[in-house]
Write a protein of this length. Structure first.
Length: 553
């Protein structure tokens, strides 16, 4: 039946004598919802949040289309038919909105039992849509529904209110467990979707209530509720740009490409000449092809940036763990060193007193065990000293007392001191180039520690043969070289020889050592502005160590 006084709308929707705000409230909101929902979905089709957002946008656009028909069409049959679907779409939007809020806020899918509950809540509205409980009377003169079923409308409006309250409670509960950026993200999303639900449902309910009670003559008030979708989409756009929500990193690029294609395609409505028609078609095809290439290139760039960001975060995490381990190691070394040092000094002192006869003559059968104990105590003292030096070096607290030092004299003293150890192993220990004074600016004690370490190592790692020490001066630099005919070193060992706790695996269980001597020596020489190196032609071919320092003025 044709409603009296109504003209047939042009292009299905556009008609005269409609509320001034009708198209302004309906079309932009529908366009924004469909645009954002579609592009978010195309960026990640497998995302549950993207699927739900597209479902809400599609349901909202369907509601807009049916509502425009109800406002503009002059067929009472069509209006009555479309009006019966409003409750179904209201229910769909309410339930999907809560579902989306749960997925977005909790970052997980809704449990299966909860999905069945949502489905159960929506089925009554769908089942009763074609019944008199939905629409009971129709006004032919006004071409609008005269009376809606109270229980039916109260139910689906109640679902909208329940969705609003449940979403708010869910967001508040989850926000208490979050902080900073994540909490702000949840707050922005919640504000946007709550504004949409409140405005959309309340405006429709109030319009329906006022019309049925004769307070207003039509449903014009519901138009204002559609602006809630624009608010919701604006918040989503901000979340996408600022927080990369919905994994939609290419939204702006994709929207630009599609808008350009739509603008070019719209020219087909105006062109009349065949040549222009062909040119517009070619232009549209090129825009689609190159736009697609642009979107793909941006996607690749975004993926590379994401991978780089992940690697950066992993590197920062690993760096933090390394720093924690380094602090723990330093604290452990410091504790162990100080706890061992005091009793060790007591043990060493008592052994020395016993060997010197401080407690009476030492029986001959105890001489050897006491000497072995003294040797072990000296080894422990060296270990503790190395650990303390290591801690000081790592913390940057190693102190140096630089002074004018005769390197040649210091090397002579070291060779003389260790000569007895060489003679016990029947090794030839020789020294050359240390007759005349050669001065350097150094901490005498620490530099002596380096020279002593190199000569002592050469003697320990040389079963038979010779050890030679040479001091040579070339211009402004002096070099101390320690060579031996001992075990030598494999090429693979040389690059990490001066690292912490590095030892030759061949002698790890036969020759006492900490693996710290060369590392500490390197750090000491570097603190003096010099360099220390090592060389060997291979295992069994002997070794050569040398350090170079600038001479003092």
């Amino acid at each position: 039946m044709i409603c009296p006084g109504f003209e047939t709308p042009a292009y299905l929707f556009f008609a005269q004598d409609v509320p001034a705000l009708l198209y302004y409230s309906h079309l932009p909101a529908a366009f924004m919802a469909l645009l954002v929902g579609f592009f978010v979905f195309t960026q990640d089709t497998s995302s549950r949040a993207s699927q739900l957002l597209l479902g809400i946008a599609g349901s909202f656009v369907a509601w807009i289309a049916l509502n425009l028909i109800a406002w503009t069409n002059n067929s009472s049959d069509l209006i009555f038919f479309t009006w019966s679907f409003f409750g179904v779409l209201f229910t769909t939007i309410a339930l999907l909105s809560f579902y989306l809020a749960y997925v977005f806020v909790r970052q997980e899918d809704l449990p299966s039992w909860a999905k069945w509950i949502l489905l159960g809540l929506g089925l009554p509205v769908l089942a009763l849509a074609p019944s008199a409980l939905n629409l009971s009377q129709f006004d032919l003169t006004g071409c609008s529904v005269y009376a809606e079923g109270f229980a039916y409308t109260t139910y689906y409006y109640g679902l909208g209110l329940a969705s609003f309250i449940a979403t708010f409670a869910l967001a508040v509960h989850q926000a208490r467990q979050l902080a900073g950026r994540d909490r702000r993200k949840v707050a922005l999303f919640t504000f946007g979707i709550e504004a949409f639900l409140l405005m959309f449902f309340m405006s429709s309910y109030i319009a329906s209530y006022l019309y049925e009670h004769g307070i207003v003559s039509d449903y014009s008030l519901e138009q204002y509720g559609l602006f809630g979708m624009a608010i919701f989409m604006a918040f989503l756009a901000y979340l996408i740009v600022q927080y990369r929500a919905f994994n939609a990193k290419l939204l702006a690029t994709s929207a630009l490409v599609w808008a350009l294609c739509i603008l070019i395609a719209s020219q087909f409505l105006f062109v009349k000449e065949p040549t222009n028609f062909v040119l517009v078609g070619i232009t549209l095809a090129l825009a689609i092809v190159f736009g697609n290439v642009l979107v793909r290139s941006v996607r690749r760039e975004v993926e590379q940036r994401e991978k780089l960001q992940v690697l950066t975060e992993q590197l920062q995490k690993a760096n933090t763990q390394l720093q924690d381990l380094s602090r723990f190691k330093t604290q452990l070394l410091s504790l162990a060193s100080h706890q061992i040092k005091a009793p060790l000094a007591a043990i060493k002192g008592y052994i020395s007193l016993m060997l010197e006869g401080g407690y009476g003559a030492v029986p001959e059968n105890l001489q050897k065990p006491l000497n072995a104990m003294q040797h072990s105590a000296n080894g422990l003292v060296d270990l503790v000293t190395s650990l303390l030096d290591l801690r000081k070096i790592d913390e940057g607290k190693m102190e140096y007392a630089f002074e004018r030092t005769d390197l040649a004299e210091m090397v002579r003293d070291v060779v003389e001191e260790l000569g007895m150890l060489a003679r016990e192993k029947k090794l030839a220990l020789t020294l050359s180039g240390a007759d005349a004074p050669i001065f350097v600016r150094a901490d005498r004690t620490k530099l002596r520690q380096v020279a002593q370490n190199l000569v002592d190592n050469a003697i320990k790692y040389t079963p038979s043969g010779s050890v030679s020490v040479a001091v040579t001066r070339e211009g402004r630099f002096v070099t101390c070289t320690v060579s031996d005919s001992g075990l030598g070193m494999a090429p693979a060992l040389l690059p990490r020889l001066f690292d912490e706790f590095t030892r030759d695996q061949r002698v790890q269980h036969t020759i006492r050592g900490t693996g710290l001597g060369l590392y500490i020596a390197k750090r000491i020489i570097e603190a003096h502005g010099g360099d220390i190196r090592a060389d060997s032609t291979g295992e069994g071919q002997g070794s050569r160590f040398w350090f170079t320092l600038p001479t003092a003025p």
